[in-house]
Design a protein around this ligand. Structure first.
Ligand code: IFM
Length: 440
């Protein structure tokens, strides 16, 4: 199984999950610093204060990317490192770090793919309402312009947001992520302001003469009703609205889905949408990033709502492994939403990895996971889906948000007490895939 010439094999991380150095060189606090230091918010009280200490160890980490053989590396820029107060003065030391990182990648022949927002909102902006405050969107566009002014001559791929669904829903409805709120009206408002932030950032990058490709990454789910019963079909419609169409429709059709107003009528009339917002949100893009983790089976809950049917074989995070869902999503986006080039900016499996007595980290389940998902990606390509890259989550073990360091996603193992990195069996396997440009 061979992929087309030029297909991009990458690896992905995010700033708060790996950098550490939380209070160094002028970095301001983010909502994740506040949240992770809130007792009970994160498993075992873990924080990103040190994480993988990538802020100091980045040259050696980039050497590992070379060892892996990736063509591209997706990292995020910490807004509070660059603009510590969220708006206002820029911290030159913060920009310098990403400048060095970008040059370090290019020196090694690795293409940088920059995510501008991977959940680390400056706390100063949260203090003024965070994503519930429309001004946050404009501040994000200013931050995007600052980063682009510095790195724009060297970065060929820009992603505005990572997973606006998680920022909005997991952070404002489920309360499991920063800022830890549980309020549905705030959630829907946050969805809109995140999407507006994306649109304004796209405009800022275009106004700055961006030469790289501009996109956004959404986490999408493949949703299946438990039966043909109209109540189950309606349950699936609701989940699809909540998890997928609330993002895809405004981005690619310039409108919220027809069923959105009725679905959220008990909390909002969408009065936060102003003239011109949806045109901004639907501004033309150059590519679209998809993160895929979950395929849902849903049924009616008997009260007009929905519930998920637990997977038969849950992973350590309670979700199932369904590579076919990736193919379903790629097909759907390509057929129903956009002819843009697509890239899998994340997919991965959490495990409780550990080195065996021989030192080997035998993550065969992760190899099987990636094997299945790469095959699904290849099949989608053969069906004509314009897929140009695949980025496993993650390059190395890291701070997994509310799960802290309790689960591991990396192809490199991080021994946190010593910060030693050890290639897992999956790293060697993935290096072989990259070398062969496919699977033997
Ligand atoms: O670790 C996260 C990442 O930050 C965003 N996508 C999902 C990953 C695994 O949960």
């Amino acid at each position: 199984m061979r992929f087309p010439d030029g297909f991009i094999w990458g690896a992905a991380t995010a700033a708060y999950q790996i950098e550490g150095a939380a209070a160094e060189d002028g970095r301001g606090p983010s909502i994740w610093d506040t949240f992770s230091h809130t007792p009970g918010a994160v498993l075992r009280g873990d924080t990103g204060d040190v994480a993988c200490d990538h802020y100091h160890r980045w040259p050696a980490d980039l050497d590992l990317l070379t060892e892996l053989g990736v063509g591209a590396y997706r990292f995020s820029v910490a807004w509070p490192r660059v603009v510590p107060g969220g708006a206002g003065p820029v911290n030159p030391a913060g920009l310098d770090f990403y400048d060095r990182l970008t040059d370090g990648l290019l020196e090694r022949g690795i293409t940088p793919m920059v995510t501008l927002y991977h959940w680390d909102l400056p706390q100063a902006l949260q203090d003024r309402g965070g994503w519930a405050n429309r001004d946050t969107a404009a501040h994000f566009a200013d931050f995007a312009a600052v980063v682009h002014d510095r790195l724009g001559d060297r970065v060929p791929y820009w992603l505005t947001l990572n997973e606006p669904y998680c920022s909005a829903v997991v952070g404002h409805l489920e309360g499991r992520h920063a800022p830890g709120l549980r309020d549905e009206r705030t959630t829907v408002t946050a969805v809109h302001h995140l999407l507006l932030a994306h649109g304004l950032a796209v405009a800022a990058l275009r106004a700055g003469g961006v030469t790289g490709a501009v996109g956004i990454t959404c986490n999408l789910t493949s949703v299946h009703p438990a039966s043909d019963d109209p109540a189950d079909l309606d349950a699936a419609r609701q989940v699809d609205l909540h998890e997928n169409r609330m993002y895809l429709d405004p981005l690619f059709r310039g409108a919220y889905p027809a069923d959105a107003e009725a679905h959220y009528a008990h909390v909002t009339d969408f009065g936060f949408v102003r003239d011109g917002d949806l045109e901004r949100i639907a501004a033309p893009l150059d590519f679209f990033g998809i993160n895929y983790y979950e395929r849902h089976h849903v049924r009616a809950d008997g009260g007009g709502g929905w519930q998920r049917i637990p997977p038969a074989h849950p992973t350590v995070t309670g979700i199932g492994v369904h590579p076919e869902g990736l193919g379903e999503i790629l097909d759907r986006v390509a057929k129903e939403y956009t002819p843009l080039p697509l890239v899998v900016t994340e997919t991965g499996l959490a495990l409780h990895d550990y080195p065996g007595p021989d030192g080997e980290i035998a993550d065969d389940e992760r190899i099987a996971f990636f094997d299945g998902h790469i095959r699904a990606a290849h099949a989608a390509l053969e069906r004509g889906v314009p897929l140009f890259g695949f980025f496993p989550w993650s390059f190395m073990d890291n701070f997994e948000w509310a799960s802290g360091y309790g689960v591991r996603y990396g192809v490199y193992y991080v021994d946190y007490p010593t910060q030693r990195r050890i290639p897992k069996r999956s790293a060697r396997w993935y290096a072989g895939v990259i070398k062969a440009n496919g699977i033997d």
